[in-house]
Write a protein that binds this ligand. Structure first.
Ligand SMILES: [Zn+2]
Length: 186
């Protein structure tokens, strides 16, 4: 699929403004939505409901909105991006964002309201990688004090997360998720 090669996303200024407006309306909760597009360019934006339990620190796009992907495909488009807001943190994927990233072909847009008068939108690809490392090789830290979710964040330019998940039943899971920034152009 040629969109694997996209390193930039055309996101018209009006659509950036719409994402920022949505983020501000939803504050202090995180908001989310999806974008259709084609050939590396966003075409339309669909606001979603954030159905996560802890909406101030997390997001989950409601299932009905995710189904719109099939409408996009019928129109010859695709779900080119998924956006969500960070009400008080930077425009960078959190360990939880990396854990929930199930669309490697989509651009994950994050709108930060950390500085309310200067909102920032950045785009990323979140790419789960085959990985056979050992948890002990990384300085893992608990994610938000949880005892079943630990993460190590490796900085750019070779940015990735190591995620260590401890399910209630079964063996711990160790995942590597590569983070590639996608340039946005209006
Ligand atoms: Zn996030």
């Amino acid at each position: 699929m040629e969109h694997d090669t996209y390193h930039q996303l055309t996101l018209p200024a009006a659509m950036q403004a719409e994402i920022i407006a949505h983020a501000r309306e939803g504050w202090p909760d995180e908001v989310c939505g999806i974008l259709s597009g084609k050939d590396g360019a966003a075409i339309s934006l669909v606001r979603a409901r954030n159905v996560a339990e802890d909406r101030q620190i997390n997001y989950t796009v409601d299932p009905q909105t995710l189904l719109r992907q099939f409408d996009f495909e019928e129109a010859g488009e695709e779900m080119i991006a998924i956006y969500h807001s960070h009400p008080s943190s930077a425009a960078y994927p959190s360990a939880t964002d990396a854990r929930q990233a199930t669309y490697p072909d989509a651009v994950y847009l994050i709108c930060s309201l950390q500085h309310p008068d200067a909102p920032v939108i950045r785009g990323y690809r979140l790419l789960p990688q085959p990985f056979d490392g050992r948890a002990a090789d990384f300085p893992l830290q608990s994610v938000r004090g949880r005892d079943d979710f630990w993460a190590y964040q490796h900085p750019a330019p070779d940015a990735f997360y190591i995620l260590h998940l401890m399910p209630p039943v079964g063996a711990p899971i160790l995942l590597k998720v590569r983070i590639e920034e996608v340039a946005l152009r209006p």
